[in-house]
Design a protein around this ligand. Structure first.
Ligand code: BG6
Length: 522
């Protein structure tokens, strides 16, 4: 792809956002209630939300502004981090409006346009528009096309007032072709600089800290390569099953739902080179290079160590799990994976021969996302041989969530004699050090979109590179569609094959409980 049309400079420096209108499409949906509006409320609590900014919810539900505000009030009470403050809410709620409309109706978009014009005139606001697409993905194309046809999109108006920008939720396409089509449609209506493809993992504090940890410290970068690192593990595990999202999830699976986006982003931030600057494109250029250096996995992926499985029925931890294929909304006999583990190789100078073991799944033993850097062992002389060895190599664990923090395991001498050596953790925890809850990813991302900083959003070539990598694996999954997948016990660590995968590389999965220094494994 020619990247000359996707240059986004840092000409919109991060700073205080100017007042604008946030138009949420899919406003009566779950995401708006659980994530988007609680994040807006938090920004209001922290005084980061520009005064006078309006929120206009657009949706098909038969609601009026009063009913919409009531629903959001309840959602904010339930889902915001901070205690509910009536004064903050009242101030915000007074600037929230609801506009009922269909996504495919030209007239409804014309009416929306007229409504926005009158609201901005009344509030004496510049017509700065942040369009937030949180509809089901099947509606994206209609909304984008109508934003263009109604004149609301204002192609080219990325930075200077009055600006317009569009935030698009995942999933961005369901394969390379549909992602390209969506990119093409967006490019007709907006400039790339106006497009903010969201991956909420990039807004997590601990994920942003990956670059700080790597490039603001002198101790890590010199050893961050194949000379010193044996392998890397990336785990994103959830204890919940698919819940009420069965029909969406069954068409996605762990591969589309987590691997193609969240896991790829974590991988990129661990593996990328230092960017030339912190400008959005400098960072994103380096991420794209990682994606393009991934060794392709052929479609007979099972033979190349791609492990896919589903959770089976069972009772665990006082909970009853149905077999995945019996979940509401899931097709009987479905061969969609709820767990995937695979070994990735990045064929570049830094990472040659260093395997990246990646796993993600539902109904697993613990809710945890972490990145483990396993260093190579010291030579088998002096301590690393009997009677004091063999010793476990150094290990750096970045706990993305929960209990956000970083732990380094290193060897110390146990007091006394005879000489015994023990691996102990050196631990940093966000909560203990900073004494407050880390902000939600959506707070940071919404504010970045409002201030015009696309660094933590996905660029068009990036999304296409990620899809290009997963396409052969998807083709492999299609070939075995209809065949039963292996089952794993609910609240376990997944199928035995995933353990075999990493064991074949001479390693084993890190046990997340070891992150807590009080429970560190000895
Ligand atoms: C979403 C997926 O993108 O990320 C969900 O669609 C998943 O299936 C969620 O549960 C995980 O996000 P988090 O922030 O809870 O790790």
């Amino acid at each position: 792809m020619d990247t000359s049309d996707i240059t986004v400079s840092a000409r919109f420096p991060q700073g205080r956002a100017r007042p604008f209108v946030m138009v949420i499409f899919g406003a009566s949906g779950d995401l708006a209630h659980r994530k988007i509006m609680p994040a807006v409320y938090e920004l209001c609590c922290g005084k980061a939300w520009p005064a006078k900014t309006l929120v206009v919810g657009y949706g098909r539900a038969e609601l009026d502004t009063g009913g919409f505000r009531d629903g959001l009030r309840q959602a904010v009470r339930e889902h915001a981090r901070s205690a509910f403050d009536e004064g903050v809410w009242r101030d915000l709620a007074g600037r929230i409006h609801y506009h009922r409309g269909e996504y495919g109706s030209r007239e409804d978009f014309e009416r929306l346009r007229a409504r926005l014009e009158s609201l901005t005139a009344e509030a004496d606001l510049p017509p700065n528009y942040l369009f937030y697409l949180s509809t089901p993905p099947g509606q994206f194309e209609d909304v984008i096309a109508h934003l263009g046809a109604s004149g609301l999109a204002r192609k080219g108006a990325a930075g200077d007032e009055p600006w317009s920008r569009v935030v698009i939720e995942k999933p961005f396409g369901r394969d390379l072709d549909s992602a390209r089509r969506l990119n093409g449609l967006l490019a007709e209506v907006f400039d790339e600089a106006q497009v903010y493809r969201i991956d909420h993992y990039l807004g997590k504090e601990t994920v942003q800290n990956l670059l700080v940890m790597r490039f603001a410290n002198s101790v890590f970068e010199p050893i961050w390569n194949q000379k010193y690192i044996d392998h890397v593990q990336i785990t994103a595990a959830e204890t919940s099953g698919v819940g009420g999202r069965g029909s969406y999830y069954d068409s996605a699976g762990a591969l589309r739902d987590m691997l193609q986006n969240h896991m790829m982003n974590l991988l990129c931030l661990v593996a990328m080179e230092a960017p030339a600057s912190l400008e959005a494109d400098a960072v994103r250029d380096e991420k794209v290079k990682v994606l393009r250096s991934l060794r392709p996995i052929p479609p007979d992926c099972a033979a190349f160590g791609v492990i896919r499985a589903q959770y089976g029925p069972g009772e665990a931890d006082g909970r009853t799990f149905r077999d995945y294929t019996g979940e509401p909304g899931v097709a009987a006999g479905s061969s969609t994976e709820t767990f995937i583990a695979l070994k990735l190789n990045i064929d570049n100078w830094r990472w040659a021969e260093v395997p990246f073991f990646v796993r993600t799944g539902k109904a697993l033993a613990q809710r945890v996302t972490e990145i483990v850097i396993q260093f190579k062992p010291v030579p088998p002389v002096l301590f690393n041989r009997p009677p004091t060895g063999p010793m476990q190599p150094n290990q750096l664990v970045v706990r993305v969530q929960p209990d956000e923090g970083i732990s380094m395991r290193f060897q110390v001498k146990q007091p006394g004699s005879p000489l015994k050596i023990e691996g102990v953790p050196m631990h940093f925890g966000y909560a203990g050090t900073f004494g407050r809850k880390v902000p939600e990813a959506y707070e940071r991302l919404i504010l970045d979109a409002a201030t015009g900083d696309p660094t933590l959003f996905i660029r068009s070539d990036e999304i296409e590179a990620a899809w290009s990598f997963v396409m052969p694996i998807l083709a492999g999954c299609d070939r075995v569609r209809g065949r039963a997948l292996p089952r794993y016990a609910p609240l376990s660590w997944g199928p035995r094959e995933a353990d075999d995968l990493i064991a074949a590389g001479g390693a084993r999965w890190h046990t997340p409980a070891a992150m807590d220094p009080r429970q560190a494994q000895r």
